[in-house]
Design a protein around this ligand. Structure first.
Ligand SMILES: C[S@@+](CC[C@H](N)C(=O)[O-])C[C@H]1O[C@@H](n2cnc3c(N)ncnc32)[C@H](O)[C@@H]1O
Length: 275
């Protein structure tokens, strides 16, 4: 084994320090992209080295909160990858109709765009009233923004196009109220949504669910942590439950490859195996 360079050593020590001090576990995130994000944070937070950043973060919880925004990549979109939502509508929704009540887990929900997209789709399919959605993330700022459901008005044109490509046929503007440069999404969409802090790295399963969506989260994890998360999803899903991942994510090389079967492979939609 070659010796790691100093920055790699400092990075590991930073993640260990964060875990010991704040119980956020970033130790099994994928190395290269984590390093890039920390180097970006260094620059923004005016630190010369990762060790200097570590000292700041250890002594100042606000500095940790600032770093958390870089470590968690809080980016999202409504009806992101519209073909995925179309596939959910066409191939998963018919099965969801067979349940008297539904529990859906959106893991790594970020600022909530995926949650409102799901709620709109469920409403249009007549399923929202019988659904409870658990929307979880580790970033408290993102969860707060998700609860508020206020997004820049300038994004609504692109979101309307994605909504239509995802099979939406209503007027997308019916779901929000425009005020100045913001769009406030209809509160009734999240009446049965429970936003909560939950880490796929350290927490366990909290409910049985029929559908788990975890999109654009596993790409940031190493193989070991991906396996942990997929294990949680399998444990949470009911017999023959459904799993939706992001467009660059797959279970093919995971320890759980045999536990799920592809339902719409191109859209990374899987079904829990019968065994
Ligand atoms: C790029 S966003 C994805 C948002 C949304 N799922 C989507 O596809 O648009 C990744 C999210 O994963 C969350 N995340 C990172 N590590 C996590 C963990 N260990 N447990 C739960 N969520 C995590 C981040 O806070 C961030 O909000």
């Amino acid at each position: 084994m070659t010796n790691p360079d100093s920055a790699t050593i400092e990075l590991r020590m930073l993640m260990e320090a964060i875990y010991l001090k704040y119980s956020y576990d970033f130790r099994d995130y994928s190395g290269a992209s984590q390093k890039r994000r920390v180097l970006h944070a260094l620059h923004q937070m005016d630190c010369a080295t990762i060790s200097e950043l570590q000292a700041r973060v250890l002594h100042d919880p606000e500095a940790f909160m600032q770093l958390l925004q870089f470590l968690t990549i809080p980016t999202s979109e409504m009806f992101r990858d519209p073909s995925y939502f179309l596939a959910l509508r066409e191939h998963v929704v018919p099965h969801l109709h067979t349940y008297a009540s539904l529990k859906i887990w959106i893991a790594g929900c970020s600022t909530g765009e995926e949650v409102y997209s799901m709620a709109i789709m469920l409403k249009e399919e007549g399923l929202l009233e019988r659904s409870i959605i658990y929307a979880t993330d580790i970033n408290p700022h993102s969860l707060e923004r998700a609860r508020k459901g206020v997004y820049p008005l300038e994004r609504m044109r692109a979101y309307t196009a994605s909504y239509q490509m995802a099979g939406g046929e209503a007027a997308f503007s019916d779901y929000f109220t425009a005020a100045y440069d913001s769009a406030l999404f209809d509160r009734s969409l999240i009446e049965n949504v429970s936003f909560a802090d939950h880490s796929l790295a350290t927490d366990s399963v909290f409910s049985e669910t029929q559908l788990v969506c975890c999109r654009n989260v596993l790409i940031y994890f190493n193989r070991k942590l991906q396996d942990r998360a997929l294990g949680l999803f399998r444990e949470s899903l009911c017999h023959r439950g459904f799993l939706g991942l992001g467009s660059k994510e797959s279970i093919d090389f995971s320890a759980y490859a045999g536990a799920f079967e592809p339902l719409v492979k191109a859209e990374r939609i899987y079904r829990k195996g019968a065994k």
